[in-house]
Ligand binder design. Structure first.
Ligand SMILES: C[S@@+](CC[C@H](N)C(=O)[O-])C[C@H]1O[C@@H](n2cnc3c(N)ncnc32)[C@H](O)[C@@H]1O
Ligand SMILES: *[C@@H]1O[C@H](CO)[C@@H](O)[C@H](O)[C@H]1NC(C)=O
Length: 244
């Protein structure tokens, strides 16, 4: 099996040779960072349609984590184009962070469409270092489709724990590795290297539930789900929330 995967990976890499060449020339990263927001803006429309009921279910108890003032301070890590805003309760104060500054244009549009929320200035940063955000300052942190792409999941979750107030919650919805010994896992393994390059570091075979189980949360509510998406490779999902 390992040899079959190796050979198929090689075949895929040969097909994707132009992209590898651009990467070798140092141009691909720029192209990818510029074009990804356009791709994602389209993808998230489809994703939100298919996942609407799951997102509603996931975010239905957000307000329970509001502080004494009744206002929710929410940090969205890897916010992308901002497809989760419509699920947040009125008056919620949202801070958006993403390492890719090219999302700002799309974010401005989403912000204009969500007048029920208050927005802090957009921060360009990776989740591994949130020094702009004070300790214990957030009621809720949200990541959707982000843990697949981050360099260091353990580090991100440490930072999440630092910025959450005690009793605050981390909400997640992520695509993950399929069950071993399924065809889906086989194809995920074949396509992982080229997918990683095409989609800005997105890793199809990440077992993100492990990092969540190991992180220092006091409570973890995590469910596995076969998401109703047309891309089989992205169907295996986890979603839920963890309390600091
Ligand atoms: C697939 S997109 C998902 C965007 C959005 N959260 C959504 O649900 O549509 C992955 C996002 O994670 C961001 N990202 C990549 N590495 C990151 C990191 N180390 N910390 C925070 N965000 C990161 C990317 O720039 C991109 O916006
Ligand atoms: C993707 O994740 C898997 C499982 O954590 C890991 O073994 C693999 O090295 C990762 N691939 C890349 C390109 O980071």
């Amino acid at each position: 099996m390992a040899l079959t995967i190796f050979i198929l990976r090689l075949a895929v890499c040969i097909l994707a040779f132009p992209v590898y060449l651009l990467d070798f020339l140092g141009l691909w990263n720029w192209i990818c960072k510029k074009s990804l927001p356009y791709f994602l803006a389209r993808f998230t429309v489809m994703y939100n349609e298919r996942m609407a009921s799951k997102k509603q279910e996931l975010f239905s108890n957000l307000q329970e984590f509001a502080g004494p003032s009744g206002k929710l301070s929410l940090l969205e890590l890897g916010c992308g184009t901002g497809p989760n805003f419509k699920f947040y309760p009125p008056g919620c104060r949202v801070t958006c962070i993403d390492p890719n500054p090219n999302f700002e244009k799309f974010l401005i549009k989403s912000i204009a469409e969500n007048r029920h929320l208050q927005f802090e200035p957009f921060l360009v940063a990776a989740g591994e270092d949130l020094h702009q955000v004070a300790d214990d300052s957030m009621d809720v942190v949200v990541c959707t489709l982000v843990l697949c792409s981050v360099k260091n999941q353990e580090r991100i979750l440490q930072e999440v724990c630092r910025v959450l107030r005690p009793g605050g919650a981390f909400y997640f919805m992520e695509h993950v590795a399929a069950k071993p010994s399924t065809w889906n896992y086989f194809w995920q393994q074949v396509l992982t290297p080229v997918w990683y390059l095409l989609f800005d570091g997105c890793n199809l075979t990440r077992e993100s539930w492990k990092a969540l189980e190991w992180a220092r949360f006091s409570k973890l509510k995590l469910q596995h789900l076969q998401a109703p998406l047309s891309w089989e490779l992205l169907r295996p999902h986890i979603y839920g929330y963890a309390v600091k």
